[in-house]
Design a protein around this ligand. Structure first.
Ligand SMILES: NC(=O)CC[C@H](N)C(=O)O
Length: 450
């Protein structure tokens, strides 16, 4: 899966294309790209780069939790390139490449603080059973006009007639046509980055879109999703657009999700969720049982910011429960209609703001625990269950979600104590910043009272 050294063909390609630098990139806990840029020839010669271990657990406001979460001596990790991900940077004017890296501790092991390590460790647990997950993320995002004043609401971009979308316009083609130059460049970038896109549509909100990635290997899809979000931003900037993966950027409008479709194949490539006769297997139900039991304990990995929880509004196709059902958008765990080979589960909880490595690791980990423990799911939901009592099974703020994560050992069992403690410490800092803000709403409505 991972490729540890550069091939002669890759070195030749870098040289032939006059690639000056290579970004050694990895996702921090927020999913933001971080790393160092190295001259291409140095990479070819095998120069090793190190970076502070703490970078993986940088907060979204650029601070770090206490030393005890990453090492009192503030140590380094090696940025070890996975050369299977070496690609040109589509938006670079001077030829540049990028390669996704693992963070390696001094003892040669994957740093438990890095999100890519968390996913690799869960995949190793599947591998130990002779199993391989197959996943497909679906990403919703908003495209806004260029925007620099964080105090002002986002605005949809001006279209051909000067009009800006303001209402719902699901599945229309007209705005896709308006934004064709952006989408053309995005598609070109995806091809260059090895991102295998499937359908794209106008989603429900004003200037909200969805692009689905083709199903495949979980590590590859996490890398692709990480790079896709990087590409969205950069291609947007080239067109004077601000592409936003926040879960709920506009009040009163639909939020943006990152639904995760998942199935598992055995060593022969057979879907373990289906029996030979085409019926659903016991493991399929155990997997769903695991999701129902453990997803609530892992919510900060699907919904990483206070804003993430604003998405969960009844009736806007965003889940508010961990019920499961077939072909049902009022549940958190949806089973799409399919034949036996494609039998899969769709975890609808993650927002587009989720880190793809962590949300995939958490979802696959919860399902695996369900299989190992032979958990039974509830009865399948029938009809619309937005108002059912199951809603109470999910925390509805980041504060409550972190408290639930801390109160259970699920995250620790899947990702270890070091990661769990560091992640919660990061969230603690981010929440304290968030709660210290005085908002426009308070200025608007509380001044007459106080
Ligand atoms: N594509 C859909 O089903 C809509 C999902 C919805 N926008 C959400 O936030 O979850």
């Amino acid at each position: 899966m991972s490729q540890l050294s550069i091939t002669a063909a890759q070195a030749e390609w870098l040289t032939q294309h006059n690639v000056r630098d290579v970004e050694l990139a990895f996702a921090d806990v927020s999913g933001f790209p971080r790393g160092k840029t190295l001259p291409a020839q140095a990479l070819i010669k095998g120069q090793e780069l190190r970076i502070a271990r703490a970078v993986a657990i940088q907060t979204c406001v650029g601070e770090f939790p206490d030393y005890r979460f990453y090492g009192e001596n503030d140590p380094d990790v090696v940025l070890r390139p996975d050369f299977a991900t070496l690609r040109p940077v589509p938006w670079a004017k001077t030829p540049r490449a990028l390669v996704v890296c693992d963070n390696i501790d001094h003892d040669g092991s994957l740093s438990p603080l890095a999100p890519r390590s968390a996913l690799k460790n869960i995949l190793a647990r599947y591998q130990a059973r002779g199993w391989t997950p197959v996943v497909a993320p679906e990403l919703e995002f908003y495209i806004f006009a260029a925007h620099a004043d964080a105090d002002q609401p986002y605005q949809a971009p001006a279209l051909r007639t000067g009009r800006r979308e303001s209402g719902f316009d699901a599945f229309s083609f007209s705005t896709l046509n308006d934004l064709e130059p952006f989408f053309d460049d995005l598609y070109r970038a995806c091809t260059q980055l090895g991102i295998d896109t499937d359908t794209y549509v106008h989603e429900m909100g004003p200037s909200q879109f969805e692009i689905n990635l083709k199903h495949g290997n979980a590590l590859e899809l996490a890398d692709q999703t990480f790079l896709f979000k990087y590409a969205l931003k950069e291609i947007g900037y080239q067109h004077g657009l601000n592409v936003v993966c926040m879960a709920k950027p506009l009040s009163g409008q639909p939020g943006s999700s990152m639904h995760l479709h998942q199935s598992v194949v055995d060593g022969q490539g057979n879907n373990v969720f289906s029996l030979a006769d085409g019926e659903a297997s016991p493991d399929f139900f155990h997997y769903i049982g695991g999701l129902q039991q453990y997803l609530p304990h892992l919510m900060p990995l699907f919904c990483p910011s206070p804003n993430s929880f604003r998405r969960f509004v009844k009736g806007l196709a965003a889940p508010v429960n961990v019920s499961w059902g077939v072909d049902n958008r009022s549940v958190g765990i949806r089973v799409p209609v399919s034949g036996p080979a494609a039998r899969r589960v769709e975890n609808r909880l993650p927002g587009c703001d989720a880190n793809p490595y962590l949300s995939l690791a958490a979802s696959l980990g919860a399902g695996l625990l369900g299989v190992e423990e032979k958990r039974s799911p509830t009865e399948a939901a029938v009809g619309n269950v937005f108002n059912s009592d199951d809603a109470a099974t999910l925390p509805n703020t980041l504060d409550a979600a972190c408290a639930l994560m801390a109160a259970h050992d699920t995250a620790k069992r899947l990702f270890g104590q070091a990661f769990t403690d560091a992640y919660l410490a990061v969230k603690d800092i981010e929440l304290s910043h968030y709660h210290n803000q005085i908002t426009a709403w308070e200025r608007q409505y509380l001044t007459t009272l106080a």
